[in-house]
Ligand binder design. Structure first.
Ligand code: CUA
Length: 337
């Protein structure tokens, strides 16, 4: 009996030590959504259970190894045990109750996270190898970065153009696979950002060469800043260039080329037109209208140094002549900023 009392005390001490250790090393980034708080509460409970069961097992093993080890000169066999029915019943029933309790708490948590707010702001999310774009139906705009107002529920309606991607902002905790297949396979995710700041969307599903670089900025803003951001996103170029911007989204150019200087799979379009850029092979080339046209129609002709030859070669067939002209007008407009 004295052994059980000692082990019991050691288990409690060890549980406290492991739990304190686990919760003090900051396994998670900052909490930036209402959902993050709910999910982290669930994790707290898990840390406690993990600490207790780890201690229960390890303390018993270590204690037995040390206290009941073979004494010098003891050559006899250990005692023979035939099993212990009450103990087996207890260690079946107790974990069963714990697991069922966790299932109930887990279901409640899921219910809280997915609770619908009828005033949620709807945003359509499109994933494509290897980038994201966002459509705000309320304002008729499409953007390459995600701007969100703070303390409002956001409903993301997500779909993919090609393979399975996964939308994940660690600070928001929630994560959702984004599936190809059109309307029928749209997946929804609700987020209520509660901390103004800048975060990064990651793709959490291995989706090809550019998977690790499938990053995009998320800005959580005050309501005033959000309204200003929305009006900044509308197009301020010529009519042709603005039309070209829409094609850049529709044909998926934005998956690899940024408008703002960010490095992605392909060269950024920001400041590209009129600049001189190094090609594979050492030559430098002026990025004029003729070069841009060639790069769209025959992307393998010359590869920009430092980038992989990943661009689809069939844009010549996909784009009408007018669409091509408008797209070039947009790239030129971005160059002269
Ligand atoms: Cu998209 Cu990984």
């Amino acid at each position: 009996m004295i052994h059980f009392i000692i082990v019991g005390v050691l288990v409690l001490v060890s549980t406290f030590a492991v739990y304190t250790g686990l919760t003090s090393i900051q396994l998670f980034p900052k909490q930036a959504s209402a959902e993050a708080i709910i999910i982290d509460n669930l994790f707290e409970m898990h840390w406690l259970l993990i600490s207790f069961f780890l201690s229960l097992i390890v303390v018993f093993i270590v204690y037995s190894l040390v206290v009941f080890r073979r004494k010098p000169g003891d050559e006899g066999d250990g005692e023979h045990f035939e099993g212990n029915t009450p103990l087996e019943i207890v260690w079946t029933i107790v974990p069963l109750i714990i697991v069922m309790g966790m299932a109930v708490i887990g279901a409640q948590t899921l219910g809280e996270i997915e609770a619908r707010d009828p005033n949620a702001i709807e945003i359509n999310v499109y994933a494509k190898q290897w980038g994201w774009s966002f459509e705000y139906p309320e304002y008729g705009i499409t953007t390459t970065e995600l701007g969100l107002p703070v303390d409002r529920q956001i409903l993301l309606r997500m779909q993919s153009d090609d393979v399975i991607h996964s939308f994940w902002v660690p600070e928001f905790r929630v994560k959702q696979d984004v599936l190809p297949g059109g309307e029928e396979f749209i997946r929804e995710l609700r987020i209520t950002p509660n901390e103004v700041g800048e975060y990064v969307i990651r793709c959490a599903e291995l989706c090809g060469t550019g998977h690790a670089r499938m990053l995009e900025a998320v800005f959580v803003m005050t309501d005033t800043d959000y309204q200003a951001w929305i009006s900044d996103q509308s197009c301020q170029y010529s009519e042709a260039a603005c039309q070209g911007k829409e094609w850049a989204f529709e044909f998926g150019c934005v998956a690899c080329h940024s408008f703002d200087g960010t490095e992605k799979i392909g060269p950024t379009w920001f400041g590209l037109f009129g600049s001189t850029a190094p090609m594979e092979g050492g030559e430098s080339v002026l990025m004029d209208e003729a070069f841009i046209r060639e790069s769209i129609l025959d992307p393998m002709a010359q590869i920009h140094e430092g980038f992989i030859a990943a661009m689809p070669t069939n844009f010549g067939e996909q784009l009408s002549d007018q669409q091509l002209e408008e797209l070039i007008a947009f790239i030129m407009a971005l160059g002269s900023e």
